[in-house]
Design a protein around this ligand. Structure first.
Ligand SMILES: Nc1ncnc2c1ncn2[C@@H]1O[C@H](COP(=O)(O)OP(=O)(O)OP(=O)(O)O)[C@@H](O)[C@H]1O
Length: 374
């Protein structure tokens, strides 16, 4: 009979992991990282399995993490490092959405700055990093997610004519008003009708277990935003802007609105930041540094700067998200970095839901079963 060695939490490994991911040294930012190891075998440099549980997803950095850990701690040299993700549930002040751990609003003050393109690619980037992700298109008046996902003719199935199943697209599940009614009908909805439609879309969709639900908001700071922030358990928001003053001025209103509604803004995604010609030279058609100034003012980070790129536009127009269809493209790599930062901030920096006990995967009271991931 073989008995499994008892593995103990190993503080030194946890600290090294936290420093690799540049986490703040405050204990609350580290405590969700759990490293289990048999300390005695570590001392002797024996081959063993280290079990690492992270509160965020980081597929693209696992090789670098393993290299960093063995460099910092040569005793890990012969060890196999097994990583799993245990993404926590963050603050839920209002009715939770069954099966959904974290809701991330993607917002912009001004229209046309690339909010939907960012929402869609952020969703796929989080999925590629190892999370279970859904996207809901809250842009009731101009839903563009179905086009960007390449399935504008799709229609969610229903078992009971009351609830619907989201549509699975390349591993992300989605729902949009665009799948349910034609665009002319939705465009004439006003106030209560639009907010009711949005709530139905969110609460009457049977989401599978999701680490993150991305909500692509309409531009501006109107009724829909207020409803969403007050009646849907938003974990955090990401604000998209171009660098030009007219866009950052509107983005500012959005950041201020989330501040008043107590929704943490994780940072700004600067879209159409620069244009890089084939010769390698960069130019700045929409001005330079606008988001950095805004970020400084609100003491939030710029999560990433995306180029004005034909490839981003073509993939969006063709319904083939660039992160999935051209993963090696510079823009895809930037989306992946943004996704990682979003995931790290939610997992290691935001307060977790009070009902979530430490290292608990889910919460039955929230309709989230306790299951083991990966
Ligand atoms: N970085 C980029 N480079 C080139 N084109 C882009 C980029 N980002 C987005 N686009 C294109 O710009 C157009 C507007 O983008 P998108 O629909 O994402 O903006 P939006 O802010 O969601 O707009 P709205 O909310 O007003 O509908 C789309 O055709 C999209 O493909």
């Amino acid at each position: 009979m073989f008995s499994r060695k008892k593995l103990e939490r190993n503080d030194a490994i946890e600290q090294a992991v936290a420093s690799f991911f540049n986490l703040n040294s405050e204990p609350k930012h580290r405590e969700a990282i759990v490293a289990l190891a048999d300390e005695k075998s570590l001392e002797k440099g024996k081959k063993q399995v280290i079990e690492l549980s992270l509160p965020f997803c980081a597929n693209s950095r696992l090789d670098a993490l393993a290299a960093y850990l063995t460099e910092q701690m040569p005793s890990l040299n012969k060890s196999e490092i097994k990583v799993s993700y245990n993404i926590p549930i963050t603050a839920a002040k209002t009715t939770p959405i069954p099966n959904v751990k974290n809701v991330i609003a993607v917002s912009s003050g001004k229209g046309g700055v690339g909010k939907s393109a960012t929402s869609v690619n952020l969703a796929f980037a989080l999925m590629e990093e190892g999370a279970r992700v859904g996207i809901v298109d809250a842009d009731i008046y101009g839903p563009s997610v179905p086009i960007m996902l390449g399935n504008p003719e799709a229609h969610p199935a229903s078992e009971d004519n009351r609830t619907m199943f989201p549509i699975d697209v390349h591993g992300v599940v989605a729902n949009s008003i665009g799948y349910l009614v034609d665009s002319e009908s939705a465009a004439i909805w006003r106030g209560p009708m639009a907010t009711k439609a949005l709530k139905q879309l969110i609460y009457e969709t049977k989401w599978p277990l999701l680490d993150y639900l991305i909500v692509d908001l309409p531009p501006g700071t109107g009724d829909i935003h207020l409803t969403l922030a007050q009646q849907v358990p938003l974990s955090a928001a990401v604000v998209v802007s171009t660098p030009q003053t007219i866009a950052t001025a509107d983005a500012k209103k959005g950041i201020a609105m989330f501040g008043k509604l107590d929704v943490p803004v994780l940072g700004i995604v600067e879209n159409m930041s620069y244009f890089q010609c084939a010769c390698g030279e960069k130019s700045y058609p929409f001005s330079k540094g606008g988001s950095a100034k805004l970020a400084q003012q609100f003491e939030i980070p710029v999560l990433g700067e995306l180029p004005l790129s034909n490839a981003i536009r073509e993939h969006a127009d063709e319904g083939k998200p660039i992160v999935v269809f051209d993963p090696g493209n510079e823009a895809s790599l930037i989306y992946r970095e943004i996704a990682q930062q979003v995931s790290i901030k939610i997992g290691a920096e935001l307060p977790q839901h009070a009902l979530v006990t430490k290292h608990t995967q889910g919460n039955p009271e929230l309709g989230i079963p306790i299951v083991n991931q990966q």
